[in-house]
Design a protein around this ligand. Sequence first.
Ligand code: ADP
Ligand code: MG
Length: 690
Amino acid sequence: MIDKTSIRELKGIGDKTQKLFEKVGVSTVGDLIRYYPRGYDIYEDPVPVSEAEEGRTQTISGAIYGRVQVSGSTKMQVTTMYVKDLTGTMKVIWFRMPFLRSTFAKGGAVTLRGRIVRKRDGLVMEHPEIFYPCDKYADRLNTLQPLYGLTSGLTNNAVAKAVRQALDGMDLASDLLPSRIRLRYGLAEYNYAVRGIHFPEDKEVFYHARDRLVFEEFLAFILSIRKLKDKNEKLANEYVIGMKPETEAFLQGLPFRLTEAQKKVWNEIAKDMAGETAMSRLVQGDVGSGKTIVAVLALMNTAQNGYQGAMMAPTEVLARQHYESITRLFDTYGIKIKVELLTGSMTAKEKRRAYDRIECGYARIIVGTHALIQGGVNYDCLALVVTDEQHRFGVKQREAFAKKGSVPHVLVMSATPIPRTLAIILYGDLDISVIDELPANRLPIKNCVVDTGYRKTAYSFMKKQVAQGRQCYVICPMVEESESMEAENVIDYASMLQEELGEEIAVSYLHGKMRQTEKDDIMERFGKNEIQVLVSTTVIEVGIDVPNATVMVIESAERFGLSQLHQLRGRVGRGGEQSYCILMSGDKLSKEARARLDAMCQTNDGFRLAELDLKLRGAGDMHGTQQSGETFDLKIADLAADTQIMQITRDEAVAVLSADIDLSQPEHAGLRRLRERYRSHDKMDFSQIS
Ligand code: ADP
Ligand code: MG
């Protein structure tokens, strides 16, 4: 019912507000109720003035001290007051509130909550919320105020009000979790939980509510995956692919030996493909561990057996790179397999030609973006589908890819370093291989964190590296909100850097707004070392492989998450030369940002970093946002922090399904609905991937 009611039915929501809500994905009352806060403001006990900390929002309580002053221009009047407690005196200012002078005329005790900032004359509390007389604060103490994800024009207050209205008008919803499960794990009832997640009276209520919702979401999620597993398990192998001597010869002729880990994984794949049932395998390996060659061997062996194999990458740049490197390899070894490229940016005519060659079976290995799974493409005999950088795709896309063939072998590759237990849950329908070793010729990347004062030194270091024949990347900070600002930023930076480095070094740039042909051209020239320094946004984040590049400079490194930093760093250290990662940070680093950058210096191992990330964020992290980069559309559960609940739900899901695989028993009707709801919002969103 609430899922069919538009939010327009709520009081105070007109055209304009409705549009704003739609921007954040809320169109029905049901959406609104499931639009959970991203965090909470907590009204904590007042701190002694002497313990006020710069950069934090805190509460102080004390006596009004001296006279309240109003200064500044009429447009921007500043009210200044001093508050004194046993430990010290705090200066407090308000903007545009001159009337406060009379409000506080009586003096006495006041409680104030606001942000502490550093000014020339020391710490100042800026524009605080006022509790006067100070016992008014008692009502607020320890309450949590929801903070919602917003968009420009939509205020937190507007969302909170709408949610409150929706909850007040909501009939008691029936609980979709069977009471047996609810009681067994001491989970809150649904109606209590939705109210408790939006407006918790205290932390207890919040945790109780959140646990319940996380449990429910994980259970729906895992049930939807487990279903896949049962479907896949019994499927017979329609394409028995034996090892061809050509593939063996190709492997022997490669300029490098496979690492032991690569060999092991390649053997697992070869065995799967020749076995009784269709392959369904995830290859996990840190950045630079050499996943591509393993996939290429599988594709090649498939083609040698007379079938087609396709590989899908999340970006056009990466798809083209794979295409180029495969064709180059095949040229070198005189291998006559037709490799085809298929991406969204190709012209209609180019696409039609590619479709024809794919449909008639002339194209044997097809490399591309999500264009590979779109309507127009029909394969002749698709026996293997490979998804590179799997974490950039959703479960549905992987499925759609497999549906392009008749039960093809499925291989997915990911660098996301998630613990094995978690991977089994996430990719419940897949077997897992791990490449846990880097090629032997690699030297560990040297890392440093520096502030902007070091920039000139970094530039001269880059100059030296280029003089030795090496190449460099510089990642410009993201500019929030606007892609065109981001483009401008990159272009300005590149021309500044060109000036700085001199004419003899070719500097160029890459950003998301460029036409695909331009991007391809730049990447190709960078690959050939015709460009030595590439200034870029994060469009080069995944997969790009230019082994001659040895320097990665990341501007405003504190703005990136750990896994993203690790991916970016993974663009260097891919060859035999010593590589360097220079993390450039702004001046005022929060403690947390500092710790993140330090972690980057502590280790180059993606798995270790993921663990550190988890520690830094802490299991009790109130912001239930999901940062591991997986596209699973979890609204509240956190793959990294909620592993315990995940384990329990996994066991519960297995128990439920083994008793009732279709969830057809009356007791499981709610679970069936939960699963359907989960799957319906796990939709394919092609606009998200460029
Ligand atoms: P990723 O696992 O990040 O996808 P790639 O497959 O792109 O890594 O490999 C990174 C680089 O390492 C490539 O230039 C590749 O040619 C090279 N490489 C792969 N395997 C080996 C190996 N066994 N020895 C040396 N170099 C290798
Ligand atoms: Mg790769």
